[in-house]
Design a protein around this ligand. Structure first.
Ligand code: ADP
Length: 626
């Protein structure tokens, strides 16, 4: 094969330029990144060997060697992991494939200028960080398996890269760094040892140091303890160690929000180290994104993203599970119906939910931060995990109408704050918080001191069906049917007043009804407002918005949902229109006013008036004639 010269994908070149010219002071992280890649490559080789007999036969002593050649100022990181084919070399090291680099580029584009060096530290950007300390980087690799050839990839980071055939007798990968003169410190054993201790101690394979350009002997003591961090006593593990491990498995360089270290004995035995990230990753809401935990069986890495270990609504949780109760030669398919896996999953789910409940009770501010990032995903559990529905309900937060949406309340807090006489839990579904807090529907309830939960997250409309009641109290939509408020005598008095007014205003109600008959099912007087003149309410038996959407999605015809226009019984406008009608049946302003009322009701719930052009014209006319 001829030596090939290729250029980097434009985005990769952009990353490289930044990395090479950066003033970022923590250049030492390159070592962590390269060791992490080596460890991943061994993980993958081991995993493939579980199912591929030819690979299983090889089963070498897995190891990572760091070799320094002081004379030539060369540092090598060599592993005997999976190696790469020519195609993989080109794909993995020439175009953006991994999520770390992708989020790095995204952040790079969003944050131009001064803070860019920090970004390198935050994202690591894996392999490319080698160019911070090296003027040339070569990768010599031989892929495991029969009939593979060795290749050398080489680049100075600026002029593209070359690929050619190379000599290498054992499978694996060696990264060769021609260090720039100012970085010779990385050739010193003490410095390398310090870095391995700090960043890579938990790596499960021995990392040994060899100088004089020679690989270390197999009996040289490793620099790392290799003790799987999840197997250690949690009292002994430092927070930094947990954080480094989190970064290693997630490529997320922002430390986790919460770390949960479990060791379970009894019916099933397993250890788990779980992390709740600080921020939601960009793909959490995408369909088919991967999620799950890394599974180890007796220390052997079985695979990443085991979704059988976590319910989907906890897909933001990252971490590791290690169990000795599972067979080694496992595949995802075999584990599908495995009782041990199911037990581990339910155990982990319970643990996470109870930790969240603790957090909510003991550090509300922290819980609110968590909830802002992941609450929406958590809510999905209400329709997928019936067993835990009660626990999940307790973890919900909703903006409270009482606080004008500025504060969240849980269902328990809502119950506790209910004034005497309040029978139900009230909620209002709206497009957004702003529309919700200014809804006329709230007025009557505010007057009584009743709070209303504001459901403004699109998913809230779905969960309502699963949330019909809480602690024996019904959840009632305040814009549907008539509300059952007050005691019997109050209700009787109200009914008397409404009946009388309805009789008085009968001609007006009939007139408006006739005018709006295409859009409105009924016009009636209502006690539910204090300031507004009118609002729209759904019929008691109307289809719920989520049902309506579901039917539409299934291409079923959904009948037009006609609503009821309620007029505030105490509003002077009602009296004025009634007087106008009594004075002159043919007063053309009456039809305009009816249209305006309907437009107003639509506006107040965040919808557009039926005919916006006519609506604005009428308002202008009103102003001119006022
Ligand atoms: P990341 O490790 O975040 O995926 P990198 O930029 O560090 O991103 O590496 C890109 C890819 O190159 C890796 O995903 C892996 O497929 C491949 N790679 C890097 N180092 C090695 C190695 N030592 N052995 C085998 N493959 C490697």
């Amino acid at each position: 094969m001829e030596k090939k010269t290729c250029s980097f994908q434009a985005e990769i070149q952009q990353v490289l330029d930044l990395v090479i010219h950066s003033l970022y002071s923590k250049k030492e992280i390159f070592l962590r990144e390269l060791i992490s890649n080596a460890s991943d490559a061994i993980d993958r080789a081991q995993y493939l060997a579980l199912t591929d007999k030819t690979l299983a036969a090889e089963n070498p002593e897995w190891k990572i060697d760091i070799i320094a050649d002081k004379e030539d100022k060369i540092l090598m990181i060599a592993d005997n992991g999976l190696g790469m084919t020519e195609e993989e070399l080109e794909k993995n090291l020439g175009v953006i494939a991994n999520s770390g680099t992708k989020s790095f580029i995204k952040a790079l584009q969003e944050q131009k200028g001064a803070d860019q060096p920090q970004l390198i530290g935050q994202f690591g950007v894996g392999f490319y960080s080698a160019f911070m300390v090296a003027q040339t980087v070569s990768v010599i690799t031989l892929r495991r398996g029969e009939g593979q050839k060795a290749y050398k990839w080489e680049s100075d980071g600026a002029g593209g890269y070359t690929i050619e055939e190379a000599a290498r007798d054992k499978p694996g990968t060696t990264i060769v760094l021609k260090l720039r003169p100012e970085f010779e410190e990385y050739l010193d054993e003490w410095r390398v040892r310090e870095l391995v201790k700090r960043y890579s101690d938990f790596i499960a394979y021995p990392i040994r140091f060899g100088d004089k350009g020679e690989p270390p002997a197999a009996d040289v003591a490793p620099l790392n303890t290799m003790k799987a961090i999840w197997k250690r006593d949690k009292k002994e593990v430092k927070p930094e160690e947990y954080n480094e491990f989190y970064t290693h498995i997630t490529h997320d360089h922002i430390p986790p929000f919460k770390t949960i270290h479990m060791s379970v004995e009894g019916v099933v035995e397993f250890k788990a180290l779980l992390f709740l990230p600080k921020e939601a990753s960009y793909d959490l809401m995408m369909p088919n994104r991967k999620f799950g935990l890394n599974l180890y069986v007796r220390n052997v890495f079985i695979g990443a993203d085991f979704d059988l270990l976590l319910p989907e609504y906890l897909r933001f949780v990252k971490g590791v599970v290690d169990s000795s109760d599972l067979p080694l030669n496992v595949s995802r398919e075999m584990l599908q119906d495995d009782a041990v896996i199911r037990k581990i999953k339910s155990n982990i789910t319970n643990k996470i939910l109870s930790e969240l409940a603790d957090l909510m009770a003991n550090d509300r501010a922290a819980y609110e931060t968590f909830y802002a990032a992941f609450g929406r995903i958590l809510k999905e559990g209400l329709y997928s995990d019936w067993d835990n529905a009660d626990k999940l309900k307790k973890l919900l937060l909703f903006p409270s109408a009482k606080e004008n949406g500025a504060k969240n309340v849980s269902l328990d807090e809502y119950l506790k704050a209910m004034p005497e006489g309040q029978k139900d839990l009230y909620y209002l579904i709206a497009e957004d918080l702003e529309t919700a807090v200014s809804s006329p529907h709230l007025e009557g309830l505010r007057k009584r001191g009743y709070d209303v939960l504001l459901f403004v997250d699109p998913i809230d409309q779905w969960i309502v069906d699963n949330l019909r009641e809480y602690e024996g109290k019904k959840l009632v939509a305040i814009d549907k049917g008539s509300l059952d408020l007050g005691d019997e005598s109050e209700k009787a008095a109200e009914k008397k007043k409404l009946d009388a007014a309805t009789a008085d205003f009968k001609p007006l109600l009939e007139f408006i009804q006739e005018r709006l008959k295409e859009d409105i099912k009924e016009v009636r007087l209502s006690p539910r407002m204090t300031d507004s003149a009118c609002c729209l309410v759904a019929d008691e038996n109307a289809m719920s918005p989520s049902m309506e959407r579901m039917m539409r999605a299934m291409h079923q015809e959904v009948p037009k949902q006609m609503r009821i226009l309620e007029l505030n019984v105490d509003h002077p406008l009602v009296k004025r229109m009634a007087d106008m009608l009594a004075a002159d049946k043919a007063d053309t302003r009456l039809a305009d006013y009816a249209d305006l009322l309907y437009g107003e009701a639509l506006l107040s719930e965040g919808s557009a008036p039926k005919d916006p052009a006519r609506f604005t014209k009428l308002i202008t006319a009103l102003m001119v004639n006022a």
